[in-house]
Design a protein. Sequence first.
Length: 324
Amino acid sequence: MQRRLSDYLIITFKGMAMGAADVVPGVSGGTIAFISGIYEELIRSIHQVNLSALKIWKKEGFKAMWATINGNFLLALFLGIAISILSLARFISWLLKTHPIAVWAFFFGLVIASILFVGKQISRWSAKVTAAIILGVVISYYITIASPASSPEGFPYLFLSGFIAIIAMILPGVSGAFILLLLGSYEIVINIINQLREGLFNANTHILGQAFLKLAVFGLGAVFGIKLFSGVLNWMFRHYKNTTLALLTGFMVGSLNKIWPWKETLSWRTNSHNEQVPVLQKSISPFHFEGDSQLLLACLVAVAGFLTIYLLEKIAVKAQKTNE
């Protein structure tokens, strides 16, 4: 496919929209890719990045390999994603520190809508489908209340987080940031991105080196994850679509405990910056929350989060009908 520079600029803007979606828990970058009409090309291009491409490079040169993997498309798209994530991460981090209840309430509304979006795609209910939902709820809820086995900032955990979170790039309706929330790594990754941004703009090689190393480990996990998940998910959806959707729905339902806006902290830990951060938290009623519960504001932003997903779904349905 012959494309002009203006076409690649549009692809970059679509990547920026995907990056913005991936920063916000509950909104899927895969959904944005689907809405903007590049989802199938993205999956196909990622699939082409394999050992066969390296063999083409060796035999026919870099240019032939680059064309095989649709390199210009991937470069333009991931450039847009990177620009968006780097520019939005600091803003999200600031919001989490200054307006935590409102932010988590917005995320809560996003995930509620995502549950309905994914769940209603289940075309046939059965005992197996119901069991898959229950299993997903139990596993997900247990993760939200379990004490971390290792520091979420450690390299093994970062690798695991990238490995699992990349599912959002493949599956519309599931957010990578949501998966990071589920794993307890969301704020950690946001802070790493902010450190990378700070190191770049201030030319601080120490901060830049630390952030780049952590992000590289996370990215390496994502590379492994996207290759494995693409094959596994394609197989699961071909053979067990309803069960797979049910399991994903269960994961989302169970994770609501993690993003409930009103928490009581049971234990703390000291992070790498000598800051006290929560380890174990318990969801409580807003009426038992110490301080201003901001109940009205929380309800309003939760509705706004719900409507965000609802409108995106309507746009996606309209785009699908137009393509048909």
